[in-house]
Design a protein around this ligand. Structure first.
Ligand code: NAD
Length: 363
C-alpha cells in the first residue's frame, strides 16, 4: 500500500504521523511511504533520516495526498487538507468530530474512510490510541497550572506544594482516567493537596489503591463538584465520554464563586471542553481570564512536547497502521472490531453513533 505522511499544519504543531523507525517497519512489510519534506524537522527527524528509513520525500502536501492511499497524520485535517481527500483515501489520525460539525461535513463530502485514533478500543474497553496523548496532557496539565498560578500570569501567586509551614494548593481533578491519573501523579509529586472526582466507583477505588491514599477520591455529583471547585486553587478537567462532547461540569455561575486567581486547565477541550466558559486556545496564546479565573484551554497540549508525544503516539498507532496497510483498510476493519470502532466516516456517512448523535446527523 502507498502511505502518505503530510507535514502537520496546525499552529505550533511539530508532531508527525510516522517516525523514521515506523517508516522502516512499513517498508519492511513491502509498503511505499511518501513523506512531505521537512515534516519531522521540528523534532529532529530530517528528510535524510526518512530517506535512510526507506521513504520518498515529496515537496508538498498536494503531492503526498496524490501519492498516498493511507494518510497517516496526528491532528484532524485542516480545511486545505480535507479538500485533498478523495473516496479512495483512508485517513488515520485524531479527529474529535463530535465537537466539529464543519470537519464532519468535510469528511462526509470527501467520501473517504476516516479512522479516528480516539475511538479505537482494546480488549479492556480502553482507548489505546488516545492513551499516550492523555498521558502527556495529564502530566503537562500540572506544570501548566503551576505556571498559571504565578502572579504575572494572573494567578493567585501560590506554589503548588507550598513550602514548609505554608499549606499547599488545592488541586481538583475532574475525571480519573488516563489524563486525570497522570495529572494526579504529577500533582502529588509537586506536593499539592489533590482530590480526584470520577463517576466510576471502580476507578475511584483503583486510584485510592494506586496512590495509597495520597490522593483524595470523591464521587462526581453536581453538588460535590460545586463545593470543591469553590475551594480549589486549580481545577483540571479530564473527563471523557468516548466520542461524545464533554459535559459542562463547571458552569459560568460557579466561576463567580471561585477564588480570584484560581486556575482552570481544560484538558477535555478537544471534546468541546468540560467548563462552560472554555474556548479552545493555542500554544501561542494559551490563556485568558474570565471573572478573575485563569483559563488554559489548548486543544493540542501534547504538541508542546512534540518529540516525546510523537514517539509515544507511534508506539500505539504503528501496530494497527501496519494491520490496515497489510490487509487493506476494508479487510482490516472487517477483521478487527476494535479497529472498526475507530471508523468515524465512510462513503459519505457518519459511522460512529455518538458523533452522529452530537451533530444531529443520520447514522
Ligand atoms: P479516560 O476515558 O481515560 O478518562 C475519562 C474519565 O472521565 C473516566 O474515568 C470517566 O469515568 C470520567 N468521567 C466521565 N464523566 C464524568 C463526570 N461527569 N465527572 C467525573 N468524571 C467523569 O479519558 P482520558 O484518556 O483520560 O482523556 C480525558 C480527556 O482528555 C478527553 O477529553 C481527551 O480527549 C482529552 N485529551 C486532551 C488533550 C489535549 O491536548 N487537550 C490530549 C489528550 C487527551
Amino acid at each position: 500500500m502507498r502511505i502518505g505522511v503530510p507535514k502537520e499544519i496546525k499552529v505550533r504543531e511539530y508532531r508527525v504521523g510516522l517516525t523514521p523507525n515506523s517508516v522502516t517497519e512499513f517498508v519492511r512489510h513491502g509498503h511505499e511511504v511518501f513523506v512531505q519534506s521537512t515534516a519531522g524537522d521540528g523534532i529532529g527527524f530530517s528528510d535524510e533520516m526518512y530517506e535512510a528509513a526507506g521513504a520518498t520525500i515529496l515537496p508538498d502536501a498536494a503531492a503526498v495526498f496524490e501519492k498516498g492511499e493511507l494518510i497517516v497524520k496526528v491532528k484532524e485535517p485542516q480545511p486545505s487538507e480535507t479538500a485533498m481527500l478523495k473516496p479512495h483515501h483512508t485517513l488515520y489520525t485524531y479527529l474529535h468530530l463530535a465537537a466539529d460539525a464543519v470537519q464532519a461535513e468535510g469528511l462526509r463530502k470527501a467520501g473517504c474512510l476516516s479512522i479516528a485514533y480516539e475511538t479505537v478500543t482494546d480488549n479492556d474497553g480502553r482507548l489505546p490510541l488516545l492513551t499516550p496523548m492523555s498521558q502527556v496532557a495529564g502530566r503537562m496539565s500540572v506544570s501548566v497550572a503551576a505556571h498559571c498560578m504565578q502572579k504575572a500570569q494572573g494567578g493567585r501567586g501560590l506554589m503548588l506544594g507550598g513550602v514548609p509551614g505554608v499549606l499547599p494548593a488545592k488541586v481538583v481533578i475532574i475525571g480519573g482516567g488516563v489524563a486525570g491519573t497522570h495529572a494526579a501523579e504529577m500533582a502529588i509529586g509537586a506536593r499539592a493537596d489533590v482530590t480526584v472526582f470520577d463517576r466510576s466507583n471502580r476507578r475511584l477505588a483503583e486510584l485510592d489503591e494506586q496512590f495509597s491514599g495520597a490522593v483524595k477520591t470523591a464521587y462526581s455529583t453536581a453538588a460535590a463538584l460545586e463545593q470543591a471547585v469553590r475551594e480549589a486553587d486549580v481545577v483540571i478537567g479530564a473527563v471523557l465520554i468516548p466520542g461524545a462532547a464533554a459535559p459542562k461540569l463547571v458552569t459560568r455561575a460557579m466561576l463567580k464563586e471561585m477564588k480570584d486567581g484560581a486556575v482552570l486547565v481544560d484538558i477535555a477541550i478537544d471534546q468541546g471542553g468540560c467548563f462552560e466558559t472554555s474556548k479552545a486556545t493555542t500554544h501561542d496564546d494559551p490563556t485568558y481570564i474570565i471573572d478573575n479565573v485563569v483559563h488554559y484551554c489548548v486543544a493540542n497540549m501534547p504538541g508542546a512536547y512534540a518529540r516525546t508525544s510523537t514517539l509515544a503516539l507511534n508506539n500505539a498507532t504503528l501496530p494497527l497502521g501496519l494491520e490496515i496497510a497489510n490487509k487493506g483498510p476494508k479487510e482490516a476493519l472487517n477483521a478487527n472490531p476494535h479497529l472498526a470502532r475507530g471508523l468515524n466516516t465512510a462513503e459519505g456517512e457518519i459511522c460512529y453513533k455518538p458523533v452522529a448523535d452530537d451533530l444531529d446527523l443520520p447514522y
